[in-house]
Design a protein around this ligand. Structure first.
Ligand SMILES: Cc1cc2nc3c(=O)[nH]c(=O)nc-3n(C[C@H](O)[C@H](O)[C@H](O)COP(=O)(O)OP(=O)(O)OC[C@H]3O[C@@H](n4cnc5c(N)ncnc54)[C@H](O)[C@@H]3O)c2cc1C
Length: 494
């Protein structure tokens, strides 16, 4: 019988690796996974720690929310992605502290030593100080958020089908999406299409004219980070598709089934949906939030530990090589970092493209340093930005080349398929998109899960010891059987 292997067997599998420098990567998203790929097979020992056991392709979360594709189509198990590399160990757990003096990360109530630390823990959603809105208006950042949006909308349509009161039916057929950036536009466009299709074909009592998707934002145009002509193309398409745009409109508060509006201080009078008292409101059974992003809490934690500056979004302001001031052994990449060492001082956007390039560069730079070489400075290649607004329709801003419509959709599809890190998912997505376009059918319209499933997600490993008895075992964890370690701390909403 083969000797039992415990989950936390941390000795490197090959004796030769014992003396290799140890690179710990926190976060297996776009940046962390790319760094891992670049270090696979190199003379370093790599430990990838993530609180989920999969890499999530966030740009397609809206497709999960609107039943176009299912969860597994947009997520890939990390072990499948990089687990085979002999020098890479993957550990499930949430890093809760970093001892920068001792050079140790703390997770699963243990301490774990590093020589180089790559922090790639990404970002989460923020309600700008109104955390009480989270249960009422789910964000779209993790799979459970997308599942909850889909569950709420489909449940509302099911209830509407059995409701005689026309006013209540209209309420149940109404959706408000807060935030008109790419995620909000994509979600709004996909939800109105889903509702129209469902009402035309599947629901006998509901009327298309009663379906409402309202997209609101404080700024005066959708996709404000894109060129003005693309914003206009996207807005025109959304309106033709039936989405109501409420721009120059801010959320004053959110109550169950109701969004209270206010006018931004800089909006022209009369532009917002003002009621008699100057404040309007929208009633909708489904409310979604795509408006705010803030860096992972490890940003602020590192700022406390090292004195590194953070920006308003909690992103660590890094040096030109992504290290923290005074800590060349710690790098922060992806959405967690504020990188302003560009030719014109522009801060790199929190997008997949920069995250991937940062992860790859930092890995190469660590390897170069170990070989006594200096690597070329980081140069960001701007791949542009895109948003898909409906079937066969996307807008793309490719380094000044502006494309809308079918050509934009083709570019969007090719770019996303190229970025998907898993071949199986690439094939599954392509075939589902083609099927959906040919038949207008969505295959993932299941109502699953429990209400408010997005509020806390049970996952990961149990505290094996109380928090005040953290094991002091730099670089090595005790080999405890899996069943003693497993339990369910909550994934705290990022
Ligand atoms: C809905 C949506 C749509 C988007 N659309 C686009 C788009 O069209 N194009 C584009 O370029 N970008 C898009 N983005 C942005 C893009 O997804 C992010 O910029 C990118 O994911 C950042 O990569 P990252 O590696 O920094 O973080 P992430 O990809 O978020 O990965 C972070 C990882 O760290 C893990 N983690 C976090 N904290 C801890 C911890 N304490 N311990 C252990 N593990 C931890 C998480 O589980 C996660 O796996 C979109 C984002 C969203 C939410």
């Amino acid at each position: 019988m083969a000797p039992e292997r415990f989950f936390l067997q941390l000795d490197p599998p090959l004796e030769a690796m014992r003396d290799w420098p140890h690179v710990v990567i926190v976060g297996g998203g776009f940046a962390g996974l790319k760094a891992c790929n670049a270090l696979a097979g190199k003379p370093v020992r790599v430990t990838l720690i993530d609180k989920r056991n999969f890499n999530l392709f966030q740009p397609l979360l809206y497709q999960v929310a609107s039943g176009l594709v299912s969860e597994a189509d947009v997520a890939s198990p990390l072990r499948q992605m990089v687990g085979e590399a002999a020098n890479i160990q993957i550990l499930l757990g949430e890093v809760v502290d970093i001892d920068t003096e001792a050079r140790e990360v703390v997770f699963n109530d243990h301490r774990y030593a590093y020589d180089h630390l790559i922090l790639a823990s990404g970002s989460g959603s923020t309600y700008f100080g109104h955390e009480e809105w989270r249960p009422l208006a789910p964000p779209m950042k993790i799979l459970e958020h997308a599942d909850e949006i889909r569950r709420r909308l489909l449940m509302a349509l099911e209830e509407a089908e059995q409701t005689l009161d026309p006013q209540r039916r209209r309420f149940l057929q109404s959706v408000v999406v807060v935030g008109a950036g790419p995620a909000g536009c994509e979600l709004a466009g996909s939800l109105i299409e889903l509702m129209h299709r469902a009402v035309d074909r599947d629901f006998k009592q509901l009327e298309r004219a009663q379906c409402r998707v309202i997209l609101l934002d404080a700024v005066d145009r959708v996709l404000p980070a894109m060129a003005a002509n693309l914003s206009k193309d996207a807005a025109d398409y959304l309106e033709r598709a039936g989405v109501e745009l409420r721009l120059n409109t801010m959320v004053a508060s959110i109550e169950p089934g109701r969004v209270i509006l206010k006018r931004p201080s800089n909006a022209a009078a009369g532009e917002a949906d003002a009621g008699a008292d100057g404040i309007g409101e929208l009633e909708a059974a489904t409310i979604c939030w795509t408006a705010g992003v803030r860096a992972s809490r490890l940003g602020r934690l590192l700022a406390e530990r090292t004195g590194a500056p953070v920006d308003r979004g909690g992103r660590l302001q890094v040096e030109a090589d992504f290290s923290l001031p005074g800590h060349p052994e710690i790098r922060a990449v992806g959405d967690l970092c504020h990188y302003a060492h560009t030719n014109d001082g522009t801060v790199l956007p929190g997008m997949a493209g920069p995250a991937v390039q940062m992860g790859a560069w930092v890995a190469r730079d660590i390897l170069a340093g170990l070989e006594g070489r200096r690597s070329d400075p980081f140069r960001w290649f701007d791949l542009g930005s895109m948003a898909v607004i409906g079937p066969w329709y996307a807008v793309a801003d490719l380094r000044g080349l502006h494309v809308s419509g079918l050509a934009g959709w083709v570019l969007w599809a090719l770019a996303h398929l190229a970025f998907i890190p898993d071949t199986e998912n690439r094939i599954a997505l392509f075939s589902k998109w083609m099927w959906q376009i040919a038949t207008r059918q969505r295959t993932a319209l299941l109502i699953t899960g429990r209400p408010d499933q997005h509020i806390g997600v049970d996952v990961g490993l149990e505290r094996a010891v109380p928090p005040d008895r953290v094991t002091q075992s730099p670089g090595a964890l005790p080999s405890e059987p899996l069943n003693r370690l497993i339990s369910t701390p909550r994934i705290t909403a990022m």
